[in-house]
Design a protein around this ligand. Sequence first.
Ligand code: RIB
Length: 304
Amino acid sequence: MDTKKKIVVIGSSNTDMVIKSDRLPKPGETILGGNFLMNHGGKGANQAVAAARLGGDVTFICKIGNDIFGNETLEMFHKEKIDTTYVGITPQEPSGVALINVDKKGENCIVVASGANGTLSIDDIQHAEPAIKQASIVIMQLETPIESVTYAAKMAKKDGITVILNPAPAPTQQLPDELLANVDILIPNVTEAEIISGMHITDDESAKEAIRYISSKGIKTVIITMGAKGALAYENNEFIHIPAFKVEAVDTTAAGDTFCGGLCVALSEGKNLKDAIIFASKASSISVTRMGAQVSIPLRKEIQ
Ligand code: RIB
């Protein structure tokens, strides 16, 4: 019998079109860049692939289009041994696409055409209920409709499943309290934590204040990812700071997604929060040393 704990990822899948340049262009400006790279992306799919490569038993719930990008994506999920029972194919919209520009420091700028991702409905979540009910962890992001994310969080929480939300991309309006009340672990970056808390984060103290405020919304564990500054976590009234592994960043795309996928795997294997964050940080630090989203995500054997 398979005793591995199941991880359900609900979210977006995109095809990323990436160009590296010395710097990011200003509005109205055309600049000449370097090589072009096309690879699989999307915050949901990146987290699903990260969790699968790092040793998790993963089911991915998403919507793709009935087109060449969608077909290639589905084939890739199979190669990664991700359960695709609840990958829906819609004839209504094209598969998601992201245009990404990466500068010489590895920072990026991303614009997403959501397409099929925007059709992931409450009906789709209801249809996937058998998978959600068998999960030990459900993780979601904000590249699919918020009503579906909220519905899935409520469904999972009701059954005592750990609900993780990576509130990315940064929300444009306050997240519904109904969603936050059903989240066990929130993993924002600094910008996202500022938006959710309404506080400006300038140092350790302000980060802690923002975390306390977010936690007061009913969230047990909050982890702010801070890039080269590491991660600051809060659980049971205690803060833990985990420094980042020092690496030369080439492209930070999907670093947060790799962290989230890694954290799910480590928690599903029974690691405590601190060890899970160390595992996730290691995986994420490897991903930033390589170009691209899913092409940059490491395998379990690369994590020492
Ligand atoms: O987090 C990185 C991802 O954001 C990219 O792969 C892109 O597709 C967007 O969803």
